[in-house]
Each structure stands twice: as structure tokens, then as C-alpha cells.
Design a protein. Structure first.
Length: 74
């Protein structure tokens, strides 16, 4: 499954790269990319529980960039 999620207030490309690297370490994520210019992240996963996975992704993003909002709706 591949999903594109919008981001709000991602401040720099370095933070986007850190988010991307940390998201790729989450179990169940097969690939991830965070695009600073487009303010979007793409996540590929093989897990059935996408909502639980996104909770982990949101935690990672908050640690790297506390002001960035992940615009994910269940």
C-alpha cells in the first residue's frame, strides 16, 4: 500500500531528510520519502494496520520537527 500525506509547517530540507530516514526504520515501512518543497510525505507499507503505523510516523515527525503537522485523517 502506498499513501501520500500532506504536511504543514515543515521548515527545512534537513528536517525532511531526518524524518525520512527515521520513518524508514519503523517496522512495516517498506519505503518512505518526505518532500520539503511539496510539503508531502509518501509512505509504502505492507502492514494491514495503517492507522497504528501512522501513529508511529507522527511520533517520529514530532520529535524531529515539533512545529510540523501531519495532516492524516483516519
Amino acid at each position: 500500500m502506498k499513501k501520500v500525506i500532506k504536511l504543514k509547517d515543515l521548515d527545512c530540507a534537513n528536517c525532511a531528510a531526518k524524518m525520512e530516514n527515521n520513518i524508514k526504520k519503523i517496522p512495516g515501512v517498506t519505503d518512505a520519502s518526505v518532500n520539503f518543497m511539496m510539503q508531502k510525505m509518501t509512505i509504502e507499507t505492507d502492514t494491514d494496520d495503517f492507522d497504528a503505523l501512522m501513529q508511529e510516523v507522527i511520533k517520529v515527525c514530532s520529535k524531529v520537527e515539533p512545529d510540523c503537522e501531519v495532516l492524516y485523517k483516519k
